[in-house]
Design a protein. Structure first.
Length: 258
């Protein structure tokens, strides 16, 4: 009798899309997703003023609608809660603005599926972001914040500000993301929490192309300055916590202890 082949089970992958006025780009973003690997796609709509919800429903996505606008971080909280509830083993956060290449999802999740990492960032800075159309001032600010964050967190990442990320279930069950900001700085707070939890070595990155075009970016100079300052505040809070000068409940808490 033939011995059965070892079964390598595909992990249950859930894609989450925090959406705000994504009608013009959603279909294109959706088309590039490797559907054979995906168990479920969840779109959380933050009270868009366009046809985002109608298009998402036509595409057969699981749509969750906020009753009021909660911001990018608030949107992600709903995304991750819903993904965990759906039994996700790996969660990919993908912006629905077609800025990030969804065909890179298999490379993004591979280090989680094989147990190497719990958080993988799709990095534009492993390639040439300027050639992809990133405005020079965004490039310079991104580089600056990345140097500061690397120094504070003891990491060597090429960027922290990407809209394509993959998480293990374990990470999302451990880190208290629900305590984070409802604004854009949510992403940086989550990385600080991962580092504070002792999972620093569990963060990895893979290269993704940079794409800039009109619909891909609503964040202008003013909002970027606020975001930059908020990021520096996250770093300062992390340092005070690490040096035990002022402990931060956001960084100390765990969602679950095993
Ligand atoms: N929930 C929510 N999401 C937003 C808001 N503004 C932008 N977004 C989403 O946040 C993501 C990043 O915004 P975007 O304008 O593309 O930023 P940029 O690409 O960094 O310039 C996109 O997926 C947007 O849909 C907002 O006010 N609320
Ligand atoms: Mg964008």
């Amino acid at each position: 009798m033939a011995t059965p082949e070892p079964v390598s089970r595909t992990p249950r992958l859930v894609i989450v899309m925090p959406a705000y006025n994504a009608a013009r780009t959603l279909e294109r973003t959706y088309a590039d997703i490797p559907h054979d690997l995906v168990e479920r796609i969840i779109l959380v709509d933050d009270v868009s003023g366009d046809e985002t919800v109608e298009i998402a429903r036509q595409l057969g996505l699981h749509v969750i609608i906020h009753s009021q606008n909660r911001g990018y971080g608030g949107n992600q909280k709903t995304c991750y809660d819903a993904a965990l509830e759906a039994g996700a083993e790996i969660v990919v956060m993908l912006h629905p603005d077609y800025q990030y290449d969804a065909t890179r999802i298999p490379a993004l999740i591979a280090p989680i599926a094989d147990g190497t990492h719990d958080l993988v960032l799709g990095s534009r800075f492993l390639g040439d972001p300027l050639a992809g159309g990133m405005p020079r001032w965004k490039y310079v600010s991104n580089r600056f914040l990345t140097i500061v964050e690397n120094a504070a967190f003891g990491l060597h990442l090429s960027e922290y500000h990407t809209g394509l990320r993959a998480y293990s279930r374990e990470l999302l069950e451990t880190v208290p993301y629900d305590r984070n900001s409802d604004d854009f700085v949510f992403d940086q707070e989550l990385i600080a929490q991962v580092v504070a939890t002792g999972m620093r070595r569990r963060i990895g990155e893979v290269a993704v192309p940079t794409r800039y075009f009109e619909e891909a970016s609503s964040v202008g100079f003013r909002r970027s300055v606020v975001y930059g300052l908020s990021t520096l505040r996250v770093v300062a809070r992390y340092m005070l916590h690490r040096l035990r000068i002022r402990l931060s409940p956001k960084l100390a808490a765990r969602r679950r202890r095993d």
